[in-house]
Design a protein around this ligand. Structure first.
Ligand code: GDP
Length: 366
């Protein structure tokens, strides 16, 4: 599955947040048996109101959401790239994830030590980013000399990889993260960039962890983070880990009341999970019938056979075509039969690029 790694300096609220996520996952597991929990990985359902709308129309007995993973990556301290703390282990763990959720301490609490001595989330973000950039710089410099030689010797792979490596190196030498290359990147280039497996090439979401009474509006620290994120073309979410930990222990009714008193419309975790999903560059398509309504995940840009393959590998191999109804049509017309009558059930072939929200039915050979 797709993985978001939760990183941040010590004492910023990572574990609190992760525990709330896994508690939520555990609660979900009662309804969705496939939501598994491992020590440092939580598989959580992606909240999506559209699925419930579809299930209502299709009179589906079961509702099965799609899910993503969050991984708790502890152990980052200043000097990690030099092997401080759990440095190497930490960096190896980041390599395994598809995107980074970077938790920043935006709450004041004199009882809880801040490793850098003061609350300054923008400077904390820079500390973490610097470690990641140093690690990337070292790893690239190690590889690039040989790659340059191979490219002069007309080595095909080297000629393909080298330009991207040079671009990445230039950024890092300029103290900039490699993810700046992601903006508007072509699919083939993205593949090359990913194959370099650089830590700062992964997309980042900043999480501003604020105190309970700042959960709705934020504070000066979270405002500073939002500004920084905007400058980087990154996104940020406002969350109070303490509130989320509380909500995770309540039943639905109690949680609703509690959120009301806190001025929240939904759990911050729901927003976090959705933002994580977007960060991973994923989209959702649906299948709907009387047995179940189900949400499925594919990478943005995937074609119909790949979507079919999410359901079963045989569906992909034997793919013939996909009956496709846009979500809005499915809802406004009132389901599959009506959509067909209105000519809104399209027959799509192998080259069809799946849209977010498509309700699909696959025809295949076995
Ligand atoms: P980690 O080291 O980043 O995993 O941080 P923890 O989740 O262990 O949190 C460190 C300490 O900060 C714990 O004592 C938490 O209870 C506390 N903490 C986390 N979030 C908040 C918050 O929003 N407000 C306050 N006051 N304390 C928090």
């Amino acid at each position: 599955g797709f993985k978001c790694g939760i990183v941040g300096l010590p004492n910023v609220g990572k574990s609190t947040l992760f525990n709330a996520l896994t508690k939520t996952a555990a609660a979900q597991a009662a309804n969705y048996p496939f939501c598994t929990i491992e020590p440092n990985t939580g598989e959580v359902a992606v909240p999506d109101a559209r699925l419930f709308d579809i299930a209502k129309i299709a009179t589906s007995k079961e509702i099965v959401p799609t899910r993503i993973n969050f991984v708790d990556i502890a152990g980052l301290v200043r000097g990690a790239s030099q092997g401080e703390g759990l440095g190497n282990q930490f960096l190896a763990n980041i390599r395994e994830v598809d995107a980074i959720v970077h938790v920043l301490r935006c709450f004041e609490d004199d009882d809880i030590t801040h490793v850098e001595g003061k609350i300054d989330p923008v400077s904390d973000a820079e500390t973490v980013e610097t470690e990641l950039m140093l690690s990337d710089l070292e790893s690239l410099e190690r590889r690039i000399t040989q790659m340059r030689k191979r490219a002069t010797g007309n080595d095909k792979e080297a000629k393909l990889l080298l330009p991207m490596m040079e671009d990445a190196l230039k950024l890092l030498q300029d103290s900039k993260p490699v993810r700046l290359l992601l903006d508007g990147i072509a699919a083939e280039d993205l593949k090359i960039l990913k194959s370099l497996n650089l830590l700062t090439s992964k997309p980042v979401l900043y999480v501003c962890n604020v105190a309970e009474d700042h959960a709705a509006e934020g504070n000066e620290h979270s405002a500073a983070v939002e500004k920084m994120a905007a400058e980087q073309g990154a996104r940020s979410v406002l969350i109070s880990a303490a509130i989320e930990a509380e909500i995770a222990q309540l039943d639905d009714e109690e949680a609703k009341e509690y959120m009301e008193t806190m001025g929240l419309e939904e759990p911050g975790l729901d927003r976090l999970i959705r933002e994580g999903y977007t960060l991973l560059n994923l989209i959702t398509f649906f299948t709907a019938g009387p047995k179940e309504a189900r949400a499925w995940t594919v990478k943005k840009g995937s074609k119909a056979p790949q979507a079919a393959g999410e359901i079963h590998t045989d569906f992909e191999k034997g793919f013939i075509r996909a009956q496709t109804i846009a979500f809005d049509d499915y809802i406004s017309l009132g389901g599959e039969t009506a959509a067909k009558e209105a000519g809104k059930a399209r027959d799509e072939g192998k080259e069809y690029v799946v849209h977010d929200g498509d309700v699909m039915l696959f025809k295949f050979n076995v």
